[in-house]
Design a protein around this ligand. Structure first.
Ligand SMILES: [Zn+2]
Length: 461
């Protein structure tokens, strides 16, 4: 379900209004409070991050060829270590930086500070600041502990916290314990797949580190732009592991003035060009081994919704949602989605594949009737969801108030899939409240109990 519509010109006031309220963006992404860089919920200790990362890196290095060149290794490692000195929340991680012999433009970080940069990144970077930007972004994933945060959410979705508390650290191998939760340690494990909110944070930290270390803070976002435009094929895996949180460059540009007075970026060391030349002169990297995952594999489905619900208190409403879902607050509403449940379309627009959104809108004066007001909303949604089709409409009561439930069929943002949407409209105090539940058709039944429980929990002013 796309809730972001392209700019409307003038005459359709309602559509413009609805569009304004339905665009549920992480508008506070760069608010000062986020600059405090606080890692999210985590069942692991930072020491266990290192343990997980060490085990995972051993696994990964069985699968990925590394560039073995002492001078090059030292250069990348020294650069990385220097950057970590400017990283926030840098608490006793074991920093290693290695170059993978792959022409794909990609980089990834394992928990605890094990960072891998593909040869393709060094070859495509125009200067040291851009390379430093990619590395600083990866350092951001480590210090925000995104890998184990995600693992924690997956684990919590399966086992109550009371039991989980005792699970970790019982035996020597964390990988064996995590395997019980379906979390693997090799290439393409969840430790390399980042959610959009994690990406936003890594972008912020990357930019922050660049600034602190004296580089042009635009260099990181600049490089991501270069991948997009100049190397769309080679950069596919990067964008699959590090999905664009939407308006990446713009958001970074907005952050930079908050970091401090503008400075001229330093030129970077001559060793960068030496390293780049050396790589370009080496024989081409081996092609990916058969059996390795293809680039740009379709995103794996999100972890199942936790049966434990937590309450979200909005302006004039409250609703419960699974505690392993992410909350993205917007101007007039909220998007509640499992990690990876919101995708970015080709124009950078948001499209929700899984989860729910709640928003409020004011219909035209004459349109306060439930059916009419719902119709107006549907008309507006159709502008960005041309294949939206009403399957069934039924009336119901929510906390004693008349409400309308509209079951919809729509194109899913997941390639080649249809989705089912359930739109529930009800009159709140001085606006209409719209709740939209979204899941691919094939998954809707599995999500139905969660959606029903959420609807049941809805409180209105
Ligand atoms: Zn990333």
């Amino acid at each position: 379900m796309k809730t972001q519509v392209r700019e409307q010109k003038g005459k359709n006031y309602l559509a413009a209004l609805v569009l304004a309220v339905l665009v549920v963006l992480p508008s506070l992404a760069f608010a000062a409070e986020q600059l405090r860089f606080k890692p999210g919920f985590n069942l692991f200790s930072p020491q266990q991050d290192v343990q997980v990362g060490r085990e995972a890196s051993a696994e990964v290095e069985k699968q990925l060829p590394l560039v073995k060149d002492a001078q090059l290794e030292r250069y990348v490692s020294d650069l990385g270590r220097r950057l970590t000195q400017d990283a926030p929340n840098n608490a006793g991680y074991e920093w290693t930086f290695k170059v993978v012999n792959s022409q794909d433009i990609n980089a990834f970080a394992l928990p605890g500070g094990f960072i891998y940069v593909n040869r393709g990144v060094l070859e495509a970077a125009e200067d040291e600041a851009q390379l430093a930007g990619v590395m600083a972004h990866e350092i951001g994933h480590v210090v925000m502990r995104h890998g184990t945060h995600q693992a924690s959410q997956i684990m919590l979705a399966q086992v109550p916290l009371a039991i989980l508390g005792g699970v970790l650290g019982r035996s020597s191998s964390l990988s064996a314990q995590l395997a019980e939760f379906g979390i693997s340690f090799g290439v393409n494990s969840i430790f390399m797949k980042n959610s959009r909110s994690a990406e936003s944070q890594a972008d912020q930290i990357g930019t922050y580190i660049l600034y602190r270390d004296g580089y042009d803070p635009h260099a990181m976002a600049q490089f991501f732009g270069i991948i997009d435009k100049k190397y769309p094929q080679q950069g596919l895996q990067f964008l699959s592991d590090h999905p664009n949180p939407g308006n990446r460059v713009k958001k970074v540009d907005e952050l930079i003035p908050q970091l401090g007075p503008a400075k001229e970026g330093k030129p970077g060391s001559p060793e960068f060009q030496v390293a780049k030349k050396k790589l370009l002169a080496m024989p081409p990297a081996p092609k990916a081994k058969p059996g390795a995952a293809p680039a740009a594999s379709p995103p794996s489905p999100p972890p199942p919704p936790s049966s434990r619900l937590v309450k979200y208190q909005g302006e004039g409403f409250a609703i419960a949602h699974p505690d392993n879902w992410e909350v993205q607050k917007g101007q007039e509403g909220v998007t509640l989605a499992p990690p990876g449940g919101v995708l970015t379309g080709p124009q950078g627009e948001w499209a929700q594949a899984y989860g729910a959104s709640v928003s409020q809108y004011v219909p035209r004066k004459k349109g306060w009737g439930l059916i009419d007001a719902t119709q107006q909303l549907l008309d507006s949604l159709r502008q960005s969801n041309p294949n939206l089709r009403v399957v069934k409409q039924t009336s119901l009561k929510i906390k004693g108030r008349p409400a309308l439930s509209t079951l919809l069929e729509n194109d899913s943002p997941l390639p080649g899939q249809k989705e089912t949407d359930r739109l529930v409209t009800v009159r709140a105090k001085d606006a209409m409240l719209a709740v939209i539940f979204v899941a691919p058709q094939s998954a809707f039944e599995a999500y139905r109990p969660t959606f029903d429980a959420m609807l049941k929990s809805l409180e209105l002013r």
